[in-house]
Design a binder for this molecule. Structure first.
Ligand code: PMP
Ligand code: GLU
Length: 406
């Protein structure tokens, strides 16, 4: 008895796997600081929760249309127009169970077996897995820390082949926090516009967690809206990860395809969550700016503390809530036996970033994620969506643990 071939080649989500390990240790009474999974630590704002409660009382508890309620899709169009200067019709919007499903839908709707999908590395762990599920071939284009983890137009051009179907671009980026400026997007678009069969999924889920001013969407570059699937949602901006609402805004033929798929896979997303998300997009946006400011302060704090740790190389994230330091300076090292480090690490060598994250979990009791799963094998990821106090404590522990390595 065995699972389908499709599943046998699928890796588990490294972010959720590390978070589960951290929860296991916590259940054993160990005081673990969890910097592994990326989600805001804030509560969902009250006015959004009130809208959900009201929708239950009004018995909005039945199946919604497959691509989402018409008035929610109109609210999304209003958001895209006022915040992004983009003109979409409700028929171009499909609302799904989180941006994760939105991206999966788009990949499934567009990728045929053997099609190549360009994924700038480091990347969010799920992209290559989604592509593989569709039978596609992930093509990684790597940008290092010295390039602020951003790919150049020349790199993009040389990765495109006659089999290229899609580029999946994430800005602000998980895991690096890098943000492409409008000019950088224009330069990438210039390449893309020379290859008329190449489409783009533009993952903008961290749009509002931006520390350099304004967000630039690839769809706003002339000529790109017709071939871009813009993805966004409420998880990060409104602290609504558990509500599971994301959307695509795309050319109508793609939206129709995603709706067709969703109609057989999941139906429309939770009716109550849709009403909550609509309240989020229609309501007072002060809460978004308040949370953004808190994340910016924490970004400054974690960058300062991480830079004090010998052995780590740190870039400054311009968006999202992740730090992705280079830790390869610690590879080949082991815990000096004369210190009181986690026992097993006195006889084990840190070979790679997954080992490094495991060492931090066992020795510092700080859960992070090795960069291997993100296509950044020299780095590791820390989420700084934690209180300032926990960030300070975590960095103190990491500093002590790294100091034991020889
Ligand atoms: N894209 C990126 C880059 C993410 O980090 C996440 C968060 N896991 C998602 C998409 C999916 O977000 P959600 O499904 O919670 O809307
Ligand atoms: N965006 C979060 C992360 O990358 C959520 C976990 C996930 O969906 O993989 O940690």
């Amino acid at each position: 008895m065995k699972l389908s071939d499709r599943l046998l080649s699928l890796s588990p989500s490294a972010t959720f796997a590390m978070s589960a390990k951290s929860a296991e240790l916590k259940a054993q009474g160990i005081d673990v600081i969890n910097m592994s999974v990326g989600e805001p630590d804030f509560d969902t704002p009250e006015f959004i929760k009130d809208a959900a409660k009201e929708s239950i009382d009004r018995n909005i508890t039945r199946y919604s249309p497959v691509p989402g309620y018409a008035d929610l899709k109109q609210s999304i169009c209003n958001k895209l127009s006022s915040e992004n200067g983009l003109d979409f019709k409700p028929s171009q919007i499909v609302v799904s169970n989180g941006a994760k499903q939105s991206i999966t839908n788009a990949v499934m709707a567009l990728v045929n077996p053997g099609d190549e999908v360009i994924i700038p590395a480091p990347f969010w762990v799920s992209y290559p897995q989604m592509v593989k599920l569709a039978g596609g071939v992930p093509v990684h284009v790597t940008a290092g820390i010295e390039n602020d983890f951003k790919i150049t137009p020349e790199q993009l051009e040389s990765a495109i082949t006659p089999r290229t179907r899609l580029l999946i671009l994430c800005s602000p980026c998980n895991p690096t926090g890098s943000v492409y400026s409008h000019e950088e997007l224009e330069a990438l678009a210039e390449v893309l516009l020379r290859h008329e069969d190449v489409l783009v999924i533009s993952d903008e889920i961290y749009e509002h967690l931006n520390y350099i001013g304004s967000h630039a969407s690839l769809a706003s570059v002339p000529g790109m809206k017709e071939r871009t699937v813009l993805v966004n949602g409420v998880s990060k901006a409104y602290a609504m990860t558990g509500w599971r609402i994301g959307f695509i805004a795309a050319p109508e033929w793609i939206a129709k395809g995603c709706s067709l798929l969703q109609g057989q896979y999941t139906s429309g997303p939770c009716s109550i969550s849709q009403k909550a998300a609509q309240a989020a997009w229609d309501g007072d946006q002060t809460c978004v700016e308040t949370m953004r400011q808190a994340f910016e302060r924490r970004r400054d704090l974690i960058v300062r503390l991480a830079r004090e740790i010998p052995g780590l190389e740190v870039n400054v994230p311009q968006g999202a809530f992740y730090l992705f330091p280079k830790c390869s300076g610690c590879f080949g090292k082991t815990v000096c036996p004369s210190t009181d480090g986690a026992d097993s690490w006195a006889s084990r060598v840190i070979e790679n970033s997954t080992d490094f994250a495991m060492f931090l979990l066992e020795d510092a009791h700080v859960a992070t994620v090795g960069g291997d799963a993100f296509g950044g094998p020299e780095c590791f990821r820390m989420s700084f969506a934690l209180s300032d106090k926990l960030i300070e404590e975590a960095m103190h522990r990491i500093r002590n643990s790294v100091a034991k390595l020889r």
